[in-house]
Design a protein around this ligand. Structure first.
Ligand code: NAD
Ligand code: UDP
Length: 691
């Protein structure tokens, strides 16, 4: 997805915890394949203290003031989600601008929830107005627990979700070091933490003069009477944190008063220490037990006595507790876990938005061009579009398609057929027409068929879509390209999400199709980037159903015709290769849902049925359903035949609210019945030929 973040700072971690949080979260989010633009307000303080200007996981851009933000209007409009952070200068106005501009999900990320709530109650919050909370689709909060219910129930947030900080286990690692201190504390001075620090560190230090303590952090007043066995370090750079924790037998976690009162507000310190495997003694607050198990992964202490008691524990038990805390961190509290939470919640918000969107009225009749409309999928699409009241022009060279498929379409006055090869420039009579939608399905889809004339297949993909895009640009139509799961080649990632870039052999016999479709996709997205046309790309996974050509050589048509004729069943290879089969009606619904998706251009979307089975399993099912006595015959596996294929359809579900509903057995029964019935020859009215 495309995410735009407007946050306090990414470029400078000086004097703010936001940058550290954003860096960890966004780099992990980008690693999941998402595209991020971070917009930061240019301020003299952060400009003078930049320690990151060119992150490799996202685009970082600066704006000078609210008016300057308009430069990023296009990016915000085109984003799937936009997130505004707490403490953004003029945050209220920024939030209003985002709300007016964005078309996708809009979220707020509060890295200071207790402060925000206190300020809102006093009417003094300058980065968020209470009235804006219902307008943010999701309110991500550094504080979880009952505060989330309060945000939803009292402040009308549609969805308040915890998005805690985390620690990167690659940076914060256990290290070998001599233990210099029995108990350490790392934190800037703060008035409200000082009494706890006094009780849980300074008092035990006075009682245990033989033990060594350390407090690292700036801004402690000069008049603090540090006991002699408490070492002071004024500034400890982040690069030295791991060694600091490694040299500590225990470290102390002290929480800000407002965070403690709200509960469920872990500090970065807590996770960093756990990530280093350093045993932690923590102050107590509600919700801590949901993050680390007291007694096993962390020690809770209310009093100096409890600390003194902890410091006398045997070394082996102490070390085991540090290791347990690290294990917990690795399993639940890394940046990658937070990125997953962010992704999951944004997708849920997108889904909620899609559900609310009113369905397009059937009376909005459109003129629609379907290239490849005489084929298997194209003819079903024409039928559905006609049934929905549209005017359909079908363009096809009948290379693999058949007018028999259009028998019912041709009876309708709102249907026209044009015989034309899309490799050639489009005929005048098409170019002169006004179209609202263009579906580009023109291309043989069965491996034996598309390999028959590979040059023509490649040109069909590339020149075909180029001609369609030019027409779309000229006529202002939205274009949908039917791409394919073949763009993932023989995939090394399973199941295949849209972010996977594939493993395609560019010089093999399948390349004319795989690479042709990849080139077609790139052309489509070039048109999108240049603002030349409104586009959609479906990556279709194996689809089957009535009107599959008996002779096209695809697995479902082959197996059914063989089984019905009691002829040998041809399994290529050992039959262990897998596919996931989608019934044609589901596919057509998905294609139309994608075409009519009104949000920002959503990038390529997988359409298919995620139920995966091996070719041998498919054979068994078809033999059962047909009651056939066919023998099985093994043949050679075609070159570059993908071993496994299954769509990850999370994006289709989130963006389109679509998922297939036809069970494989039901779909196969209908397909078998269709193959079994006598097919009627083409007769009746002739099509309205316009070329
Ligand atoms: P199909 O072969 O039944 O239909 C393709 C249609 O395009 C045919 O009517 C054919 O005559 C026409 N065509 C081919 N080359 C043409 C050209 N140069 N000019 C004009 N018309 C041409 O295939 P299908 O299964 O209906 O597939 C339709 C689209 O969906 C294709 O683009 C294919 O790549 C894509 N797709 C299908 C599947 C699937 O499982 N069915 C899977 C992935 C992608
Ligand atoms: N296949 C098979 N027997 C056949 C036709 C195909 O075993 O008669 C296998 C083929 O090798 C591939 C899978 O079935 O592994 C699906 O093949 P198909 O040609 O339908 O489409 P693909 O997914 O390979 O594009």
């Amino acid at each position: 997805m495309r995410l735009v973040v407007l946050g306090l700072s990414l470029s400078s971690a000086w004097g703010n915890g936001h940058a550290v949080t954003f860096r960890a979260l966004l780099s992990a989010f980008a690693a999941r394949g998402h595209e991020i633009l971070f917009l930061e307000r240019e301020t003299p303080w952060y400009a003078a203290h930049r320690d990151l200007s060119d992150p490799d996981y996202c685009r970082l851009a600066f704006y000078s003031d609210l008016r300057d933000l308009d430069r990023y209007g296009e990016a915000v409009r085109g984003a799937d989600a936009v997130m505004v952070g707490s403490y953004v200068p003029d945050g209220i106005e920024v939030g209003r601008w985002v709300r007016r501009t964005a078309k996708g999900v809009v979220a707020f990320y509060d890295i200071d929830t207790p402060v925000t709530l206190a300020r809102l109650a006093q009417g003094e919050c300058d980065y968020l107005a209470a009235g804006q909370i219902p307008d943010y689709d999701v309110y991500f909060s550094f504080t979880g627990g009952p505060t989330l219910a309060r945000l939803e129930q009292e402040l009308d947030s549609p969805a308040a979700r915890a998005l805690y900080c985390s620690a990167d286990p690659a940076t914060y690692r256990p290290q070998q070091a001599e233990k210099r201190w029995d108990l350490s504390y790392l934190g800037t001075y703060s008035v409200d933490r000082q009494p706890t620090l006094e009780r849980l560190l300074l008092e035990p230090a006075r009682r245990l003069p033989g033990r060594r303590f350390v407090v690292a952090g700036p801004q402690y007043p000069d008049d603090i009477a540090w006991p002699a066995n408490v070492e002071r370090i004024d500034h400890l750079p982040p690069a030295e944190h791991s060694t600091f924790y490694a040299a500590s037998r225990f470290t102390l976690n002290v929480t800000r008063a407002d965070m403690r009162a709200a509960g469920h507000s872990p500090s970065i310190r807590l996770f960093e220490a756990a990530s280093c495997g350093c045993p932690i003694i923590s102050d107590t607050w509600p919700g801590l037990e949901t993050l680390f198990t007291p007694g096993e992964e962390i020690i809770l202490a209310e009093t100096g006595d409890a600390v003194v008691d902890a410091l006398s524990r045997p070394a082996a038990a102490v070390q085991a507790m540090g290791e347990a805390a690290r294990r917990r961190l690795l399993s639940q509290h890394t940046p990658s876990h937070r990125a997953q939470t962010l992704e999951r919640e944004l997708i849920a918000a997108m889904r909620a938005k899609t559900k609310d969107r009113p369905m397009k009225s059937i009376s909005d009749s459109q003129t629609i061009l379907v290239a490849g409309g005489a084929g298997f999928l194209g003819s079903h699409l024409c039928d559905r579009l006609l049934a929905d009241g549209h005017h359909v022009v079908c363009l096809d060279n009948l290379q693999t398609g058949d007018l028999v498929n259009l028998e019912s379409a041709m009876k309708q006055s709102r249907f026209e057929f044009v015989r034309h090869d899309v490799v050639e420039p489009l005929p005048e009579r098409i170019v002169e027409r006004k179209f609202d939608r263009i579906y580009d399905l023109a291309c043989a889809a069965s491996p034996p068929q598309y390999q028959q004339d590979p040059e023509h297949t490649m040109l069909t993909c590339v020149l075909g879509v180029s001609h369609m895009l030019k027409l779309a640009e000229k006529t202002g139509a939205r274009l949908l390209l039917t791409s394919t799961s073949e763009v993932y080649g023989d995939p090394e990632v399973h199941p295949q999400p849209e972010t996977y870039r594939g493993n395609v052999n560019p010089i093999g016999p399948r390349a004319c199709y795989d690479e042709g479709k990849r080139a077609a996709e790139s052309l489509v997205f070039d048109y999108d980037r240049a603002g030349r046309s409104d586009v959609r790309v479906a990556r279709i996974f194996n689809t089957y159903g009535p009107r599959l050509s008996a002779a096209d050589g695809r697995v479902v048509s082959n197996l059914i015709t063989q089984a019905l004729a009691d002829a040998p069943i041809t399994i290529y290879g050992d039959g262990e290769q897998s596919r996931s089969f989608c019934y044609v009606d589901d596919m057509i619904s998905g294609l139309i849902a994608l075409m009519e998706h009104e949000g920002p251009q959503p990038g390529p979307i997988n359409l298919g049925n995620p139920v995966e089975l091996s070719v041998s399993e498919l054979v068994r099912l078809i033999l059962d359903l047909t009651g056939s006595g066919s023998e099985i015959e093994h043949g050679p596996l075609p070159i570059d035949d993908p071993r496994r294929r299954r769509p990850d359809i999370g994006k289709a579900e989130a963006v389109l609210g679509w998922r297939p509903t036809t069970a494989l057995e039901d779909g196969l029964r209908r397909t078998i019945d269709w193959f079994d019935a006598d097919r009627r020859p083409l007769r009746g009215e002739q099509p309205a030929l316009i070329a």
